[in-house]
Design a protein around this ligand. Structure first.
Ligand code: PEP
Ligand code: MG
Length: 290
């Protein structure tokens, strides 16, 4: 029966001894949705608006979000993640000498607060229209003050669950404090590695520093997972590491509660977890940390 379930590629992810691990999708639009996962763990909304030179209207945004809400069981929407390194022409952001360390992700709100207000309004409206429970998170959250401000604005609109991506080491170090303000965390290992090792995530000569098995990165992930366990709140991973069948068990062993990945990765991760006990996963995590 277990093999049939795996072959069908459906149902919750779990280890061979039944420990549940939510398997979720990373998508850029409704067109990326595929069956076989429990929902969407990262809806990268900037992909909807990449080539726009004018700001998407409230109505256009409602339509785009509602399409995903109507077709997926549960959806975590990430608010726009733009900057000079991820340009959205309609924002008209000024050039910067160090884009990765500059105004990107939630930081854009410092220059253009209306953009986030309109997006949160549109997400709330799309949830109302479809009867979905919206989960929303912000990219590049760095301080508790930023998380508090974001949560206040999202909750004022009736958004059900508010979280943050953990992509900056300062935020990982304060995960427990952040979870007093937030309902969940989602670890973006791509950026968290970049900022932990001070290594450009695009730089192939630095690949060893960006390897998710680096113990310093694993320590930060373990710290976030522990904070989640103590708060009784979900802490997932949505960076590329979550979709790697060799790394996924390690992340589960560190204590994360969900893995969100490109749809094509789900079957292999599901199978990898189904072949190991939770104790096996923990052993891998302990060995990697050592
Ligand atoms: C990450 O940084 O790990 C992440 C999931 O966000 P993105 O790759 O979109 O920056
Ligand atoms: Mg990121």
């Amino acid at each position: 029966a277990e093999r049939a379930r795996l072959a069908a590629g459906r149902g919750p992810g779990r280890t061979s001894d039944g420990h549940p691990v939510k398997l979720l999708l990373n998508i850029g639009s409704a067109a990326d949705l595929r069956p076989g996962a429990e929902g969407v763990g990262l809806f990268r909304t900037e992909f909807l608006f990449l080539d726009r030179t004018t700001a998407p209207s409230f109505e256009e945004q409602v339509a785009a979000y509602a399409e995903v809400f109507a077709r997926a069981e549960s959806v975590i929407v990430r608010t726009l993640d733009a900057g000079t390194d991820k340009p959205l022409p309609f924002l008209g952001l000024p050039g910067e000498p160090n884009p990765a360390l500059g105004v990107r992700g939630l930081r854009v709100d410092r220059l253009l607060p209306d953009v986030l207000d309109t997006q949160l309004d549109a997400i709330a409206e799309a949830a109302r229209k479809t009867g979905a429970e919206a989960w929303v998170m912000a990219p590049m959250v760095t301080t508790t003050a930023e998380a508090t401000g974001f949560a206040k604005r999202a909750r004022a609109r009736g958004i059900a669950r508010v979280g943050a991506m953990i992509e900056v080491p300062a935020a990982a170090l304060r995960a427990g404090r952040l979870l007093r303000e937030l309902d969940f965390l989602s670890i973006g290992t791509n950026d968290l590695a970049q900022y932990t090792f001070a290594a450009d995530r695009q730089h192939s000569a630095l690949a060893d520093l960006l390897d998710p098995r680096q113990p310093a990165l694993l320590e930060l992930i373990a710290m976030c997972a522990r904070a989640g366990r103590e708060a009784g709140k979900p802490v997932g991973v949505c960076g590329e590491a979550a979709g790697d069948p060799l790394l996924a068990p390690l992340l589960v062993g560190l204590g994360v509660t969900s893995l969100s990945m490109a749809p094509v990765c789900v079957p292999a991760v599901r199978e990898a977890l189904a072949g190991l006990t939770l104790a096996d996963c923990r052993e891998r995590a302990t060995a990697a940390l050592a």
